[in-house]
Design a protein around this ligand. Sequence first.
Ligand SMILES: [Zn+2]
Length: 349
Amino acid sequence: MTGIVDDVRWRSVVARDGASDGKFVFAVSSTGVYCRPSCPSRRPRRENVRFFPRPQEAESAGFRECMRCRPKALAGNPRQQLAKAVCRYIEQHLDEPLTLVELGSRFRQSPFHLQRMFKSVVGITPKEYADSCRMRGFRERLKSGQSVTRAMHEAGYSSSSRLYSRTASELGMEPGKYRRGAVAATIRYTCADSPLGRMLIAATDKGICSIQFADSEEELEQGLKHEFPFAMRRREDARLEELVAGVVERMKGAAVSASLPLDIQATAFQRRVWSYLQSIGFGETRSYAQVAKAIRRPRAVRAVARACATNPVPIAIPCHRVVRADGEMGGYRWGVRRKQKLLEMEASN
Ligand SMILES: [Zn+2]
């Protein structure tokens, strides 16, 4: 009897099923800690796991609460428990796009009911909650002295324009003023010709932080300002010549030994996608689904596409080598025309 119940519980634990939070806790004999089913920590071995209906029972048996998932914080009625579990889940997935449909299926609710329940308990929608968590994280990181771009990425923002559109209202002051406590990076940049038209390369002291393409230099400089609204931007053509050559060589498929220095910030998920992209060789392509599978997140195909679309350093991280499974090219931040050109250049080499 208990065996079957425990098997079901174990499956919920393996699936990190947020809907089971509050229904039981699992305790791990090797660590002495008990957790809620959705705890993000590493899954223990099955033989070390015991289940308890409530935190109290686990504590009477000598286990202590996990500080990461805090199972005791789940109290109150089932709706409140569910809302809290959704909050917790959102907090742990700030760097991924979360839709109501996904949340609904994870918590076994229709998107409509989930939203309504959440709003009645928490007072705002799940999306607004996610935004407020990101904003809070961003503010804290800024105060701790991180640069704006770094704080932004670590708080789960994928593009500075999106942040920029929110900051003035949410920080309650101009972003430029807010930044004064933080480190404002100096960014050097240059514009040059490339097989894809005018190209801008921007770099910090550590490496390339942005590569952009456009039809005119004016557009490029606007783009850089948009990407790094808070940084000091200084044009220095001679100093960046080598980096330009390195990027152009990569487009043409020249055998390049030294890797390009990069200084980019990424969420954990972006980092996984981007480092995989760097392993795709010249002239090869992958589908979005293949990339998702390769990074062991087979269901995150759309998040992979988004990570490709937010790659700040095209070519250096060859996001153009990810195409749609049906043979179509899929999108490209710098225009499908440029993506096609790149793929043709690679195919003909
Ligand atoms: Zn835990």
